[in-house]
Ligand binder design. Sequence first.
Ligand code: PMP
Length: 406
Amino acid sequence: PALLSSQANPVAVFKLTNDFKEDPNPKKVNLGVGAYRTDKGHPWVLPVVKKVEKMIVDDNSLNHEYLPILGLPEFRSSASKIALGIDSAAIQENRVGAVQCLGGTGALKIGAEFLRRWYNGNDNTRTPVYVSAPTWENHNAVFANAGFEDLRPYKYWDAEKRGLDLSGFLGELESAPKHSIFVLHACAHNPTGTDPTHVEWMQVAEVMKRRKLFVFFDSAYQGFASGCLDKDAWAVRYFITQGFEMFCAQSFSKNFGLYNERVGNLTIVARDADNLKRVLSQMEKIVRVTWSNPPTQGARLVAVTLNTPELFLEWKDNVKTMADRVLLMRASLRAKLEALKTPGMWDHITQQIGMFSFTGLNPKQVEYLVKEKSVYLMSSGRINMCGLTTKNIDYVAESIHESVVN
Ligand code: PMP
């Protein structure tokens, strides 16, 4: 028999980047893929990362032996610590553990595989998994691939008011079957850039606790939303104070600029130390058949940075540099659209946080921007704010204006 298969569709965000690369228009702008760019439009190796890379190369005590199946211990613990906070009671109670994973995606994958096998003592193919509408496009696929058959979108975004649909969201929580799994974006919701306020998070937690729903946080942008690690971890930490057991998938792709090193961590908050031990023993089995053991370089870079006080400070400063540039671009884009008197309201651009803005541009306007102006963005209207620079922002604002009035 031959190797038969049907042609799969390309992954939208990577296709967009390819189309961008092939476009000869000198004015082209890529607002698609979620990666940081400097004001010159270039990728940025964080200065602290460069420094630690040199330290690692010069350290003759290091080698390329296999890591343990669950990963580099000092990476796992320091990564969990920045999510939960250094004074986390759960850490002191020895009921927090972690699995080093291949990026945030890997952490979601390993978490999903565990939940399908072991959550609530069942094989959970039919436990509903709720993901926000809209969400990062990989969420559905990762959980479906882990064997979950009942994936459901939960109400999150109110397109008309361009903000959170809180009552819709709470309604979904109230009506979800007990023990359902909810994937929540820890901060800087992708793609809408819209997070619940503290009071709204409290309402979400109250319903989830009462209805015995499982929370799986996805934290891909800690530090990126506000420039402050603690602020961006507020929701995760609040849920822990409310007694939730949980998973938190952490990605270090954005906040360390380590996209291709695949650095992620699955933080597990269990009921007690004994339970945690059992969970980790099963995690080991899952990782063993998935990637056997994780790669070292990125995890080492992150661990050294987080565990060395002066490097940690330097990293926080680097993260703030990125967050501040995004804030500047938000203010600037909004001001330019308002100055052009582009029809519609543009205040959501500065209200949204994180890497993305959900512009509210419709598919026709997006098509105009891509085809006529070589301004590349996702068909949902999501733009990567980091793709904007002081040099291209006038062109982008004028192009958006044209797409709206045309
Ligand atoms: N979750 C969300 C919400 C994301 O936006 C991303 C990255 N785009 C990820 C997870 C995955 O991150 P990584 O590249 O580290 O796998």
